[in-house]
Design a protein around this ligand. Structure first.
Ligand code: MCA
Ligand code: AMP
Length: 504
């Protein structure tokens, strides 16, 4: 197998990473990551304190070069979730920045501070292109939520990462000349694998904004030098909102080669607003932590970079399966929906391919349950148009919420709420939200109806235990949760219970 980063081995003074004022060339990245790789070789698994900084990119590249599995940690992870992840993945060391203030949960773990400055005596590491080790070995362990229980560690191999990034190279004519702009978090597949490892595998460069802002996008794209933008629908929604009063933003988007949205469906209305203002079509792609990338609209490689085209715009569609991905739709009764497709019949998306994960860490039961034979069950429900294009229409599990592009299990939030002393019963649902896609709503029965906790207190509690993006944005207080005769919670009846909500 190819080493993941041929351009690192070659070394050059071309920019690889830029985070704010900090830039690392391929030569510099090869030296600092190569030196760190030598230090962590044999460390077992390494946790990476995944702030949106160059240090995170250096730490992850070093782990990949050393052949040591990396576990990216959301630096805002709350106590309970962090304890679970550390207990499950048992890293031998944590890589962080010298000025990062690590929480108590990490105090026991040896710490290595990640340097991004090249010491004069740092040699170009012999392995800075990475040893062509076992392609099946674990490269990253990325935690993802399920409907119930704590998040599961998805073990991703070098093979899966290379296969997925190379399929995107073809679909998007992605080259070393591309400069990717994004502001995605670096502890998930989208921001880390696509957004950092993707450009590095191509020998191109990435400019990370640190935090998302429409101004940052306008500054870096187009005339700013950026050729591609990756974002979740919430980011494109905010961009669409800003276009009317911002000619510089319109120009920046119009001049970019490729605008890509993923992690959740981009509403047709936002597609239309962006196209109307800029003449550009946002390219949707579909993937999952367990499968990496599965489908995308494509661009035509022969099109000059200055001419912005996508394959025929198809808002609401995620395009065709990528190279190497086998995809089928399976009906409730287990029968496969074959061609000819009619754009009407609905089935669960199941997939096979070299891009798939290896296993859920320590969870052979969950790994086995996720497959139908060799086919991975995505839980996403779709139709195929007569020409094979895939259109996602929903999800099998109503207890999975996609908010701001993050996947969040209702069960883990319910458990966290139930841990609050003032909460007797709790149910969590996702409700449509124009900005976040879905908004987390908590339905709570207080221990003492006369003295319920405040909504803000419960949001802080969930943010502190799990993560801020899992906090409920709306809390309704009820006298009782709707249940059937067997005592089973009836989530579908919750909206009706709203009329009797104590919060008015
Ligand atoms: C607010 N904050 C709080 C609280 N309230 N913090 C603690 N406790 C509270 N009670 C803080 C937040 O931490 C944050 O701080 C700030 O207030 C605003 O938070 P929030 O409102 O949550 O942020 P947002 O504006 O809603 O964020 C929108 C976003 C974000 C930027 C679009 O949702 C995002 O980055 N989404 C990306 C998700 C993603 O990458 N998904 C990929 C996984 P501060 O402002 O300081 O940060 S899916 C995947 O990988 C698959 C493979 C795929 O297909 O891509
Ligand atoms: P995650 O497990 O966080 O990696 O999220 C994966 C899920 O995000 C998929 O199973 C889909 O439900 C959803 N998803 C990702 N990309 C898209 C897209 N372009 N359109 C609709 N849903 C998407």
């Amino acid at each position: 197998m190819d080493a993941l980063f041929p351009a690192l081995a070659a070394g050059s003074d071309r920019p690889a990473l830029r985070f704010g004022a900090e830039t690392l060339t391929y030569d510099e990245l090869g030296r600092v990551a190569g030196a760190l790789a030598v230090r962590i070789a044999g460390a077992g698994r390494v946790a990476v304190w995944a702030t949106p900084t160059a240090r995170t990119a250096v730490a992850v590249v070093a782990a990949l070069l050393a052949g040591v599995p990396a576990i990216p940690l959301n630096p805002r992870t709350g106590e309970r979730e962090l304890a679970h992840i550390l207990g499950d993945s048992t890293p031998g060391v944590v890589l962080a920045g010298a000025d990062d203030d690590l929480p108590a949960g990490l105090a026991e773990l040896p710490r290595i501070d990640v340097e991004t400055a090249v010491a004069h005596d740092t040699p170009v590491s012999a392995n800075s292109g990475g040893r062509p080790g076992d392609p099946e070995s674990a490269a990253l362990i990325v935690y993802t939520s399920g409907t119930t229980g704590p998040p599961k560690g998805v073990v991703l191999s070098h093979r899966a990462i290379a296969a997925s990034l190379d399929a995107l190279e073809e679909a998007w004519a992605w080259t070393g000349d591309d400069v990717l702009v994004h502001a995605l978090p670096l502890f998930h597949v989208h921001g880390l694998i696509l957004g950092i490892l993707g450009p590095l595998r191509r020998g191109g460069s990435v400019r990370h904004l640190g935090a998302f802002s429409v101004e940052g996008v306008a500054r870096e794209l187009g005339a700013g030098g950026g050729t591609m933008l990756f974002g979740v629908p919430t980011m494109y929604h905010r961009i669409a909102d800003a276009l009317a009063g911002d000619p510089a933003l319109v120009r920046a988007l119009a001049e970019a080669r490729l605008l890509v949205s993923g992690s959740a469906a981009l509403p047709v209305h936002d597609h239309e607003r962006i196209t109307a203002a800029t003449g550009r079509t946002v390219v949707e792609r579909y993937g999952m932590t367990e499968t990496l990338m599965l489908c995308s609209l494509g661009v035509h490689p022969q099109t000059p970079a200055s001419v912005p085209v996508g394959s025929p715009p198809r808002p609401g569609s995620v395009g065709l399966p990528l190279r190497g991905v086998e995809l089928r739709l399976v009906e409730e009764d287990g029968s496969e929906l074959g061609a000819p497709y009619d754009g009407e019949r609905v089935g669960e998306i199941q997939v096979k391919g070299p891009n798939l994960f290896s296993a859920y860490l320590n969870r052979p039961d969950a790994t086995a349950a996720a497959f139908d034979g060799e086919w991975f069950r995505t839980g996403d429900v779709a139709v195929r148009e007569p020409d094979g294009y895939v259109r996602i229409v929903g999800r099998k599990a109503t207890d999975l919420i996609k908010s701001g592009g993050y996947k969040i299990g209702a069960g883990e939030i319910e458990n966290a709420l139930l841990d609050h002393p003032a909460v007797r019963e709790a149910a969590v649902t996702g409700e449509p939200d124009p900005d976040l896609g879905e908004r987390i709503v908590a339905w709570v029965v207080a221990e003492d109806a006369a003295k319920p906790p405040t909504a803000g207190e419960l949001a802080d509690h969930v943010a502190g235990q799990l993560a801020p993006h899992k906090r409920p944005r709306t809390v309704h207080f009820l006298r009782a949760l709707p249940r059937n005769d067997m005592g089973k919670l009836l989530k579908k009846a919750l909206p009706e219970a709203l009329a009797e909500a104590l919060d008015g």
